[in-house]
Design a protein around this ligand. Sequence first.
Ligand code: OGA
Ligand code: MN
Length: 223
Amino acid sequence: PAAARPRSARRSADAARMTAGPALVDAIADGLAGPGWAIAPDFVPHGLVATLAAALDAKLASGELREAAVGAGARRAVRPEIRGDLIQWLAGEGSAAEREMLTRLDALRVALNGALQLGLHELECHYASYPPGACYTRHLDRSPAGVERVVSVVLYLNPGWHADDGGELRLYAPSGAVDVAPHGGTLAAFLSERLEHEVRPAVRPRRSLTGWFRRRPVGGPLA
Ligand code: OGA
Ligand code: MN
């Protein structure tokens, strides 16, 4: 059967839609506790988006990004028909802009723990750049390789994105599919285990920083 036609996130996501300010994390927590997802436009200011976008473009131009793989174990492989982005994991100290962005995400992590007792312990995240036409087909983020992932967060780094540029994040929410445009500064957050989603092809390069708040590994160290 044909998938339900996604409604515009601008209309359907009003309940989970919010502007930056002290109520921001409360609204994200409400979205995660309710339908399991939330969209925060302007989670980071445009200047920071521009700096991170330029850094990502420079990494792409200098060949630092790697084709993302799918699957686990012996079946792990680059399959661009399933997933066509190029990525680089954040590691080390990073730039001032990366540290500012990570500080904001860590404040969100701590606030979500306070509001929802999710036991979020750490963040893993990577830059992602989708060439025009690339997609990521419908999937769940919690895989055998990522059982500790609790909340997925995607921060979009696309200043001046237009409605007809495509590249939507399509979230298969309980009430039906919702399309989220990857506007620069927008943060999408959703429960990694619950919400299937996909990345629709775009007509221009589509950049993001994608991360996962993780719980502690079961059987891992207590400290
Ligand atoms: C992912 C993913 C969504 C997006 O990297 O797992 O689903 O909007 N990304 O980039
Ligand atoms: Mn995903």
